[in-house]
Design a protein around this ligand. Structure first.
Ligand code: HEC
Length: 254
């Protein structure tokens, strides 16, 4: 079979006008392409550079020195006083009785610092860790109890037995923490002395601890008996006083 020997119809196969148009369009597309330099990095467009510049200026205006965007004083007239919250009183944590407020703080310290050894119920394990429930040193004179916590213990302890060595727990403890954990243990988990060890008393305890003759060593029963069978000096807080539960200071009258 052979094709009919026909001259191609130039008119049909090459539409000169259309082909020309295509060449022009492709050339224009090439011209629009970004210039690629030798190292292969495209030049950044002017628009992008301008956008960065504007962002920097705006950041400067909002955050910069002297811009005072976050400064109350610069944005409110002198003497301006914020009106009271709806309902009248300033909102904030509700005041709590001192015993409750100190214990709440102490519960957190207990679980962070003591529970690992003495157990969640503070009953210890009877072998290597003693119970703090019913313990004479927990419930007795506050200075002796504080010295044991701050410096650790080398037995025998209150029950005459030696369980091991308790490492000092005072590092990083704020007076509020010490006061809290002592108040918590004296009044919870089966103990009920009924008093509050105040932040002031805990501060004194930290001073007394730092001035110990044996500073740096764990307390022994002997040292505790000789020097620390005392009630901590410092302000005594009535367990029923209403306190700001966060700062542990007397709550302002509404
Ligand atoms: C690393 C384990 C460990 C941690 C943590 C620990 N203790 Fe102790 N604690 C002991 C050991 C062990 C003894 C017994 C020491 C001995 O036999 O010499 C003890 C004894 C005591 C005693 C003496 C009890 C008594 O009846 O005489 C008190 C009080 C006490 N701990 C309170 C605390 C408090 C409060 C904390 C947390 C702030 C704490 N302990 C954290 C291990 C620990």
């Amino acid at each position: 079979m052979s094709l009919p020997n026909q001259k191609p119809d130039l008119e049909d196969s090459i539409n000169v006008t259309e082909a020309h148009g295509r060449v022009v369009r492709e050339a224009a597309a090439c011209a629009r392409e970004k210039r690629i330099v030798d190292n292969g990095i495209e030049p950044i467009s002017l628009g992008a550079i301008a956008a960065c510049g504007i962002a920097v200026l705006m950041a400067g205006a909002v955050l910069g020195k002297g811009a005072n965007f976050f400064s109350y004083g610069a944005n409110f007239a002198p003497g301006y006083v914020r009106s009271a919250a709806p309902g009248g009183a300033e909102s904030g944590p509700a005041p709590k009785e001192a015993l409750v407020a100190y214990s709440a703080r102490g519960a957190k310290i207990y679980s962070a610092k003591c529970q690992g050894c003495h157990g969640a119920d503070a009953k210890g394990n009877g072998a290597t860790f003693p119970s703090l429930v019913g313990s004479a040193w927990v419930k007795g004179e506050t200075e002796r109890f504080a010295m044991a916590i701050l410096n650790g213990l080398q037995g025998p302890i209150s029950d005459g037995k030696t369980y091991g060595v308790m490492p000092p727990q005072g590092v990083g403890m704020l007076p509020e923490d010490l006061a809290g954990v002592m108040t918590y243990l004296r009044n919870n988990l089966g103990n009920s002395v009924g008093d509050v060890v105040s932040t002031e008393q805990a501060k004194k305890a930290i001073e007394i601890s730092a001035a110990r003759k044996n500073a740096g060593n764990a307390c022994t029963a002997e040292e505790l008996a000789a020097d620390h069978v005392k009630t901590l000096p410092g302000e005594v807080v009535d367990p029923k006083t209403m306190l700001d539960p966060i700062k542990l200071v007397p709550a302002k009258a509404p």
